[in-house]
Design a protein around this ligand. Structure first.
Ligand SMILES: NC(=O)CC[C@H](N)C(=O)O
Length: 437
């Protein structure tokens, strides 16, 4: 009796659900679906393991660094994050592609950053999914994950056990890989020496903006962004809070123009932070001579740490996902000491927790899973307002637990600007009046 009722309920749900699914199909869903011919693909790891599957996206073979992400949504945002440059991205979520890909352009005006996703195109070298959704459905979707990858020349493999790959990567760490497509898939795995290691290159230089540009020039405060491979949502988060944002190349001589700005922001970016030592040394000079607020995210946080005298190291498999818990060790603005915040992350390197911390600096956040440093800040008595966080407060995708850190940063920039105005007028008033001499 119970069984029959339960079955009826299931049937009811199915029939009730059907018209809604048909309704959606008229907009933003797969056009007429035709099965693609099967192209073989193999993912080889430098350590000797190989995984056989089916190709999708661009039919070309590539090398890269194989990493895994535990995020369950936002494959479009992750794939356009410049920090994934040079990486073969394995999604642990079994089915990827269900909601397709949106149009990635917005009308460019001074308030907008010109893209809907995190950059103009796909940044990772390849994607690895257990089960590619060939059909998609979303009101904003204009194409499938497969066709988007074809347009951007990015290959993918599906039909492989991403749990098995992830367990290998968790045990042995992020590993160099080769995705072999089509005829290449029947060739033997490459020799160990053939694997290309993207971290030997300065990837930041490949993704950073070439020429400075300004968004929202009417903003009440001027923020300079050093672009190490910035996600678009960082610029959106600053512009939406009223700031004028000038994006500069990662190695720009900020010190020569710093007086035009009310604050400095250092973005995320791909690869090994040691390639950004030049920026860290310039920033050290900034800290010595300029007391306006500075905020950095991910690579930006690592550069702040190196400028402060901390060391960056390579983690075993890094943290990539949208569910990383971090514990705040200090209070600052919207952040309260003792609280745990769930964060979005994508990094392979971290700052070393050293004891004692350099003078004028303190740990700000710590990762609840692996105790890695998740943030640093200048101490209250340092005379500076500087924060660096390893996670992404702007998320895209991921939780918005720490989004108010942008408000905190801009509030400090506005405070500093106001204080300097008062100080400047007080200085002018206090100047001796020589007119009677
Ligand atoms: N998202 C980032 O900025 C990453 C920083 C650096 N490339 C790392 O992997 O640690």
């Amino acid at each position: 009796m119970f069984k029959t009722l339960a079955n009826q309920r299931v049937l009811l749900l199915v029939t009730r659900g059907a018209p809604r699914v048909r309704g959606l199909a008229t907009q933003g869903s797969s056009p007429s679906f035709a099965a693609r011919p099967i192209t073989p693909a193999v993912l080889h790891l430098k350590t000797g393991q190989s995984f056989v599957g089916k190709a999708f996206g661009s039919p070309k073979s590539i090398f890269g660094e194989t990493v895994f992400s535990t995020s369950i949504t936002s494959y479009t945002e992750s794939m356009t994050d410049p920090s994934y440059r040079g990486q073969i991205l394995v999604f642990t979520t079994p089915m990827i592609g269900n909601y397709g890909v949106p149009q990635n352009t917005t009308p460019i005006d001074s308030q907008d950053v010109g893209v809907v996703l995190e950059s103009q195109g796909i940044q990772c070298s390849a994607v690895v999914v257990a089960d590619l959704a060939e059909r998609f459905s979303h009101h904003k979707a204009v194409e499938s994950l497969h066709s988007w990858c074809v347009r951007h020349g990015v290959p993918g493999i599906t039909g492989v056990d991403t749990r098995a790959i992830t367990r290998i990567l968790r045990d042995q760490g992020t590993t160099l890989g080769r995705l072999a497509i089509g005829a290449d898939a029947s060739l033997p795995a490459p020799e160990v020496a053939e694997y290309w290691d993207p971290t030997t290159e300065n990837l930041v230089d490949q993704v950073s903006v070439r020429e400075p540009y300004t968004l929202n020039p009417e903003g009440d405060i001027r923020i300079a962004v050093l672009d190490f491979g910035a996600k678009a949502n960082i610029m959106r988060s600053l512009v939406r809070r009223g700031a004028s944002v000038t994006v500069l190349p990662w190695n720009h001589d900020f010190n020569s123009i710093r007086d035009q700005f009310d604050g400095l922001f250092l973005s995320n970016g791909p690869g090994d932070p040691k390639h950004c030592m030049e920026a860290a040394l310039k920033l050290r000079k900034t800290f010595e001579e300029w007391d306006k607020p500075v905020f950095g995210i991910c690579m930006g946080h690592q550069v702040i740490g190196m400028a402060a005298g901390l060391e960056a190291y390579r983690m075993t498999f890094g943290n990539r996902g949208h569910n990383q818990p971090v514990l705040a060790l200090a209070s600052s603005g919207s952040i309260k000491a003792g609280r745990v915040y769930v964060t979005s992350q994508n990094h392979q390197y971290a700052l070393k927790l050293q004891d004692p911390f350099p003078n004028g600096w303190e740990p700000f956040f710590i990762n609840c899973n692996d105790s890695s440093v998740e943030g640093i800040k200048s101490t209250a008595d340092s005379g500076r307002k500087v924060w660096g966080v390893q996670f992404h407060p702007e998320s895209a995708g991921g939780p918005l637990d720490t989004i108010e850190m942008f408000t905190d940063f801009l509030a400090e920039c506005r405070n500093h600007k106001e204080r300097s105005k008062i100080f400047d007028s007080a200085t002018i008033d206090a100047e001796p009046n020589h007119s009677f001499l």
